[in-house]
Design a protein around this ligand. Structure first.
Ligand code: EPU
Length: 597
């Protein structure tokens, strides 16, 4: 089957933000056969891929240097099972609002509270869209997807979709793998509204003096939405830009209430956690109408960032960062974006570049340890990777607190751990500020997890001392894994005899503490833009590459640029080392920022 790939396609008109951006390659699919052909193409194999639905929850940060696949699967069907149950099926590209209106016209109840939401049927399970007391996950029966890995069509049950608040398997391990073809919903044959728990709808019911019809609720929901939310046909936006943070009650009482006693909250299904309306926090932090260029905090619903007409993605992100920082400053909680921020760029901040003792070494008077140059002050090794709106920390060094303060790290999505030696994990307890909004995710090998359970046993007991860090440990194998939509490929290397991991994210790889890289793992380090690799010193070491060995490896792997890290003082002063290294290789230093387009 011949697939047509268009070049340089404008994405602005395909998104509700309406911000100009182009896709290097673009194609559409109408069914599983076309997706199978796409999955077999060179264009698919050679490019980063993004699957576009209704474009109502996405912000392209600049041109997309990859392949955009756009659903065109249409069609609606209805099956009456019995007097209580009906199933409706919608193609992924069906317009969501029209689909909901159709179910109401067909005399089926359930989706009425979700009226007027921009976007497509296919996006509804991805984000687990929710409004006015209903989350779509509770009404989804099955999701039919195409698996781009096995090239089979599969049916996922609601349980298998792992629905959470604005979350699902499609945003995590299934991202880029399961492409939604059709969604089926279990509805109720009735004209009576089903869920009137949301305050304003409860009032609507009592004002009417009877249970409203589905059509009446749909009309009321659309009226409420129009009074608060900008119409994307007129003012570009992607609905709520941030998620409402879910925080531990303990954190709310101890930290947030101490900063401001009147912060509202809602209960959640978990008795230990509550949900805070982020719109309230943003408004009360004085940010209503705050704008940069053409982007503004929408005055009648501060959770929305609107495009006043000529906003760039950079304007939107500057507003978002300012909002995040001000809310954190005033209320102590970090907001996380709900909108899918898409870019192929990666920003790496090297947080620490020293070996286990750091430089200067305590009690050492050598010229390197006495150097005044900031580039000779090396804290223990760690790096921060920012891509697609996600911030990942590689290793949590004992100097993490200092690194976080000087780099102004206010938001972290997860940590990836190379191995359990103290200089790579000693700062784990200092991740506490990032555990406030729920458990903090850590990705690590099984042996490392077991080691940390012993060392940090106080974090994993049945009954926990309040305030200890809350971790969600994800054990990784030697196959790629997804962290909030970012694909991470583990690279198995040997640290002396100890098997440890490095990580590849896009065209960036970070390998530290290696002495041997097995042949098959070298394959995973080909065609890199940037490689960060350890080079301890000139003298031989049983567990670390020397600088010479690191340079040999770089010669073999041929990344476009390489940086050395994990230095001890015997590597010499930064300035002198820089002069000795060949073109394309530099010594990393604390605070170095590497941008990969
Ligand atoms: N609030 C303010 N100022 C604001 C915005 C809200 O004080 O600028 C207060 C409101 O007065 C209210 C509370 O915050 O007391 C909650 O506001 P609202 O009911 O409007 O809902 P929300 O929590 O801000 C969520 C969804 C919306 C959904 C509404 C209604 C998220 C991220 N957003 O917003 O979904 O329409 O509830 O159910 O959960 C979307 O996801 O794009 C979206 C629009």
């Amino acid at each position: 089957m011949k697939i047509n790939f268009e070049k340089d396609v404008a994405l602005g008109p395909l998104t509700t933000f309406g911000i100009p951006a182009k896709a290097k390659l673009y194609t559409t699919f109408k069914n599983a056969e076309e997706l199978r052909a796409i999955s077999l193409s060179d264009e698919y194999a050679d490019n980063e891929v993004f699957v576009l639905g209704g474009g109502s929850n996405v912000l392209f940060n600049g041109d997309f240097n990859g392949l955009v696949i756009h659903s065109q699967v249409t069609g609606r069907k209805k099956y009456l099972k019995d007097e209580d149950t009906a199933f409706v099926i919608g193609g992924a590209a069906e317009n969501w609002s029209d689909f909901v209106a159709w179910t109401i016209d067909e005399g089926l109840a359930g989706l009425e509270n979700l009226s007027g939401i921009p976007g497509s049927v296919g996006a509804s399970p991805v984000q687990n869209i929710g409004a006015y007391g209903v989350e779509v996950g509770s009404l989804i029966h099955k999701v039919e997807c195409f698996d781009m890995v096995t090239r089979d069509t599969i049916l996922l049950s609601a349980d298998e979709c792992k629905f959470g608040y604005r979350d699902s398997i499609f945003k995590n391990e299934g991202k880029g793998r399961y492409i939604v073809l059709r969604v089926s919903f279990r509805l109720h044959p009735s004209k009576k509204a089903q869920n009137l728990t949301y305050g304003p709808l409860k009032n609507f019911e009592s004002n009417l003096g009877r249970v409203p019809t589905t059509a009446e609720v749909a009309k009321e929901v659309i009226r409420i939405r129009n009074s608060k939310l900008p119409d994307p046909k007129v003012t570009g936006n992607a609905g709520s830009f941030f998620k409402n943070p879910i925080v531990r009650i303990y954190f709310y009482k101890e930290v947030m209430s101490a900063l401001s006693p009147d912060i509202p909250y809602y209960e959640t299904d978990d008795p230990y956690y509550i949900k805070i309306p982020a719109g309230w926090l943003i408004e009360h932090a004085g940010l209503k109408g705050y704008s940069v260029g053409g982007a503004e905090v929408y005055p009648s619903q501060c959770l929305v960032i609107a495009n006043k007409g000529d906003a760039t993605a950079q304007d939107v992100l500057e507003v978002a960062h300012h909002v995040r920082d001000k809310v954190l400053e005033k209320y102590g909680v970090t907001l996380h974006p709900e909108v899918n921020i898409v870019d192929t760029g990666i920003k790496v901040t090297i947080l620490g570049t020293g070996t286990s003792k750091g430089i200067p070494e305590v009690g050492c008077f050598c010229p390197v340890c006495r150097s005044d140059s900031p580039k000779d002050q090396r804290t223990r090794c760690s790096a921060l990777v920012e891509t697609k709106g996600v911030t990942l920390l590689i290793d949590v060094s004992p100097d993490f607190r200092q690194q976080a303060l000087r780099t102004n790290i206010t938001s972290l999505d997860a940590a990836l751990i190379t191995h359990s030696h103290y200089d790579h994990v000693g700062g784990l307890d200092d991740l506490r500020p990032f555990c406030a909004g729920g458990k903090f995710s850590i990705y690590l090998r099984k042996d490392v997890n077991e080691d940390l359970h012993k060392r940090l046993d106080y974090c994993f007991r049945e009954s926990l001392y309040p305030g200890v860090p809350a971790f969600d440990m994800h054990e990784i194998a030697d196959t790629p894994f997804m962290v909030k939509g970012v694909k991470v490929t583990p690279i198995s290397v040997l640290h002396g005899k100890l098997p440890i991991v490095g990580f590849r994210i896009g065209d960036f790889a970070y390998v530290t503490d290696a002495k041997t890289i097995p042949e098959e793992e070298k394959e995973k380090l080909k065609d890199l833009e940037v490689l960060v690799l350890n080079g301890l010193r000139y003298k031989e070491h049983f567990a670390h590459f020397t600088i010479e060995e690191a340079l040999e490896m770089i010669k073999e792997l041929k990344p476009k640029r390489a940086y050395l890290t994990h230095f001890c003082h015997e590597a010499g002063k930064h300035e002198e080392l820089e002069e000795k290294l060949p073109a394309g290789v530099s010594p990393a230093y604390d605070g170095l920022v590497i941008n990969i387009p």
